[in-house]
Design a protein. Sequence first.
Length: 271
Amino acid sequence: MKNILNAPFIDEMKKTTANMYRLGWDERNGGNISYMLDEKEVAEYLDLNKVIRTIPIGFEAKSMIGKIFVVTGRGKYFKNVEFDPEKNLGIIRIAEDAITAELLWGYSDGGVFTSEFPSHLMSHMARATVDPENRVVMHTHPTHTLAMNYVHELDDKKFTHSLWEMCTECIAVFPEGVGVLPWMLCGTNEIGEATAAKMKEFRVVVWGMHGVYAAGKDMDETFGLVETVEKAAQIYMLTAHLPRINTIKDEEMMELAEYFGVNYRKDFLNL
């Protein structure tokens, strides 16, 4: 059996969490990632019949029974993942009862998955209904996107439109726009349910005065979504207090979207 520490999915988690910490998106123990894995690939590294212990999920996730995830740990710092993945990450499988996770590897100090994992699972479930290839859910606190929450209306269309205006690539990268939620108590099923509802329309959901949730087929796509939203928010914050001389017009955004052949939210443009 291969060494789990050499597994490509562990390497991806190490590199991504280190990069997100370096960018200042995930201070202290802020942020969390869940990554759905291929069972056959995991079986090359772990005995799938060996369950270390079980962890309650906090809700019933019937459609996720048998699914395996690598998930960041509760109270763990992204900056430490690359140095001690076995302590800061865990590989879990959703048990047959749908309300328990079976720990297959990791959380070596007796820890558990992030308190946001129920919200992650709800988002995985929601995204699966519109994109069966979805594998990653990422929660992070990108600085300029968070700053933008304080000076911009928290409205799906208005927030999206402002971001689309900031960079030519935006409407091509997130043509469905971004969903926006008001401030809600984190770590609860209520915010998980609200996020999952938005995830049926959007791959990026802004948590008001908190951060973002993003979903994608792989780590690169998901990170790239956040990266693009954050770049647009940074430009917005750098220019919001200045007179606007130039902008990307709605007709030009439409031209971009149609040139790249993406299914964009026409109702988010003012045409």
